[in-house]
Design a binder for this molecule. Structure first.
Ligand SMILES: C[S@@+](CC[C@H](N)C(=O)[O-])C[C@H]1O[C@@H](n2cnc3c(N)ncnc32)[C@H](O)[C@@H]1O
Length: 275
């Protein structure tokens, strides 16, 4: 599964946003096994927490920049696992969880703005040395590759405040478990139930509504009764996207209900397991 030589040869520096990324392992274009990671999330996760308190929950969250899993921990989730199609996402998360242990908040914020686009990690050797072995080796062998540069950079609103940073520090004492998988195969890797599954905005890249219904159906056994899947987070759902989710909702109505959470600046499609 983990193959350093493959990683180096399959990494592609994106031109623009992902135009040249190798997509041969990815049905959801344009992300792939070694797509460069995001540095911060571009989703308003606090808005979701304001409506669905994560405290005490068992959560499975898309890794992305690592922010979603880290914020779930900071806001009191009992147990957090993460998944992503890209190994770079796991390494970004490991780097951040190592960094928070040694850095003040202002150092951490400086680190985030410097790390985007970095191709050489020699000046981060203290943090790299504190990371789990596989991530450490990955960084060393990917020297020369901008593995944390998806083109978006730092999103100010996503940065932790003083209180959140303290909570992250208290609640994250080891690397967050990671499942390396395409969302469409995720169910084949799962062995336990979750109260919340956070899918970020991955379905943005899936136009086939039957595939969406199939993926959500496959996750059903791994969601507790009453549990939620945060199906899709976006700025504004367009008409055709809403039609897509109406269709999915109809398909899943024997066991789930779906609804739209809306606050200024963000819309979130939610699925709740009823039986
Ligand atoms: C969709 S992007 C958006 C960024 C996100 N808003 C965040 O908070 O970082 C999030 C992540 O989804 C991952 N991803 C995209 N398609 C995927 C798929 N089919 N299966 C699993 N992960 C996927 C990407 O590798 C990326 O790390």
């Amino acid at each position: 599964m983990y193959n350093i030589n493959e990683a180096y040869s399959m990494y592609r520096v994106p031109s623009g946003v992902f135009n040249n990324v190798d997509v041969q392992h990815c049905s959801f274009v344009p992300f792939a096994k070694y797509s460069p990671a995001y540095v911060t999330t571009n989703e308003d996760i606090r808005m979701i927490f304001g409506n669905f308190n994560p405290s005490g929950k068992r959560v499975l969250a898309n890794t992305g920049s690592g922010d979603a899993p880290m914020f779930y921990r900071a806001y009191g989730a009992r147990d957090v696992d993460s998944f992503d199609i890209s190994y770079c996402a796991k390494v970004m998360m490991d780097m951040k969880t190592a960094a928070i242990k040694t850095m003040s908040l202002s150092e951490y914020l400086g680190f985030l703005s410097n790390i985007s686009g970095t191709k050489n990690f020699d000046s981060y050797s203290d943090i790299v040395d504190a990371m789990p072995l596989l991530s450490r080796n990955f960084i060393k062998c990917m020297n020369g590759c901008a593995i944390f540069s998806n083109g978006m950079g730092v999103v100010e609103e996503a940065l932790p405040n003083k209180e959140e940073y303290k909570k992250m520090n208290r609640s994250i004492n080891s690397s967050i478990p990671f499942i390396w998988s395409d969302l469409k195969d995720l169910h084949t890797h799962l062995h336990k139930q979750y109260d919340e599954i956070y899918l970020s905005n991955i379905f943005q890249y899936e136009d086939d509504k039957d595939n969406i219904a199939k993926i959500l159906n496959n996750l059903r056994p791994f969601l507790s009764d009453g549990g939620n899947i945060i199906v899709h987070v976006t700025w504004v759902f367009r008409g055709w996207e809403l039609d897509k989710y109406k269709y999915v909702s109809e398909k899943l109505k024997s066991w789930a209900r779906m609804g739209l959470l809306y606050e200024f600046g963000q819309q979130v499609m939610i699925l709740q397991k009823m039986r």
